[in-house]
Design a binder for this molecule. Structure first.
Ligand SMILES: [Zn+2]
Length: 188
């Protein structure tokens, strides 16, 4: 299956990068477009934000795991160009402090899943990553990692109802309620 991951990411010189990558060009084009839209909308709301991380290699994930900076040993959706961490910009420096509810609202209206509620605000999540957005449901991740699924240009995770609400009986209206600031140890 030819995808942005196989065609672009896997051939990029930064595929094994140990350093953080914040380049939007390593975001899958649909994800990139939505991330850019969110950044513009944030600025229009008077909130300065910046892209902290786009692509992440398996080696970097392992390093973050070994150092205790991440709980996840296996690299996630970032590795496939489908996730982005958007933080506040304070004096040009990345900042994780403050309320990120705005990001959840912009993500939802754009068609990205927010790490503050993983697309399911009715569930109490043990893992919150309120600077993280991704263009696939959590339930799709297994297929994504297995290489048997990749979103096409028309994919919207909120229309992926069967997968979006895979763990719930009663789908509630998705409204972000809280934006707890994440700790640095919670990097999805
Ligand atoms: Zn992330």
């Amino acid at each position: 299956m030819a995808t942005f991951y196989t065609d672009v990411i896997s051939k990029d010189a930064r595929f094994g990068s140990l350093t953080r990558v914040a380049d939007p060009s390593l975001l899958e084009p649909g994800t990139r477009q939505l991330v850019e839209r969110i950044i513009t909308a944030s600025q229009q709301m008077g909130i300065e934000v910046l892209i902290y991380e786009t692509y992440r290699s398996q080696d970097r994930q392992q390093q973050l795991f070994n150092s205790g900076a991440s709980k996840l040993r296996t690299v996630g959706v970032h590795h496939y160009g489908l996730a982005c961490d958007i933080v506040r910009s304070v004096g040009g420096e990345p900042c994780w402090k403050g309320d990120f509810t705005f990001l959840g609202q912009l993500a939802q209206s754009s068609g990205l899943i927010w790490g503050g509620d993983w697309g399911a605000p009715q569930i109490k999540h043990s893992f919150i990553d309120s600077v993280h957005v991704q263009r696939c449901t959590v339930a799709r991740q297994g297929d994504l990692f297995a290489g048997v699924w990749y979103p096409d240009q028309t994919y919207n995770p909120y229309n992926d109802v069967q997968h979006l609400f895979a763990d719930t009986r009663k789908p509630a209206k998705a409204v972000a309620k809280t934006g707890r600031p994440p700790t640095r140890s919670q990097r999805a």
